[in-house]
Design a binder for this molecule. Sequence first.
Ligand code: C2E
Ligand code: MG
Ligand code: MG
Ligand code: MG
Length: 281
Amino acid sequence: LGKNHYRFYNTEMREALIKRSRLEEALRKALIHNELILQFQPQLDLRSGRIRGFEALIRWVHPEMGTISPNDFIPVAEESGVIVPIGEWVIRTACERNKSIQNIGYPQSIISVNISAIQLQRPDFAEMVIGILNETQLAPHDLELEITESILMESFQAAIGNLETLRDYGVLIALDDFGTGYSSLSYLKRLPIGALKIDKSFVQDITNESVEDSLVESIVSLVHRMGIQVIAEGVESQEQLDCLRAWGCEYAQGYLISKPLYELEIRQMAAEEDAARRSAM
Ligand code: C2E
Ligand code: MG
Ligand code: MG
Ligand code: MG
């Protein structure tokens, strides 16, 4: 039995490995075969009521498997290193698309791009981003990089070096998913960030019953005292939006405002807003 069990375990492991290497192989091809696409989710400026910009979110449209969520393939891309070319494609495409979003009706639009720790560890990361900004002619302050606390675990110095170079160049940096990782407030002081995204799990805790003792209110005021702006993620109800605005949170993102959109839908949204403005005149 012991022997059988061992063999079974081995087979299972081998199958998992094969599956994984097939997925890796398919991911490498995905980039070449144009199966990767970006959607863009609007971020609302709660003070002006205008759109601040959009977060670029990757999707993999596989010819047989259909649309695959980044939660299912980004971890494989990170472990295999394929995240490096994919990540570069995301930055370049996001910058190009933001230029066109600016031209179709959102001239101030900031594009936010999710960056993996693996990408940030590379010594040439900052240089690569600056190269893309020059190539696409996007202003540095119209690009925001979203990083997570996982960068603090590995190659901290290299990552910080890249972030400081980019911050000095004018690129915006935001800390994503705040509250889910090994957050320590002391980290906030060590990272060159201008904004912090409060994770949706905290935002979704804001309900009628919990408004009084919401953690979010305390996070907002504490973070403001450090000179950092706040973006709330996963806003799904009007009540959450009202609370966030009352607490001085600068920006909000979530299904209440809009789901992630294709560029064509952004074009339609811009046209509708324009028509509404005209008829109000
Ligand atoms: P994230 O950066 O925290 O992105 C926010 C996620 O929340 C997105 O999921 C978005 O569609 C979803 N979301 C937005 N509004 C709401 C809401 O009101 N309620 C709920 N429940 N969810 C909402 P998505 O697009 O599936 O992306 C998942 C994660 O995959 C992202 O989390 C990010 O960590 C990662 N990711 C996405 N695109 C990229 C990329 O280009 N590069 C890297 N490295 N990671 C990416
Ligand atoms: Mg601008
Ligand atoms: Mg993000
Ligand atoms: Mg997030």
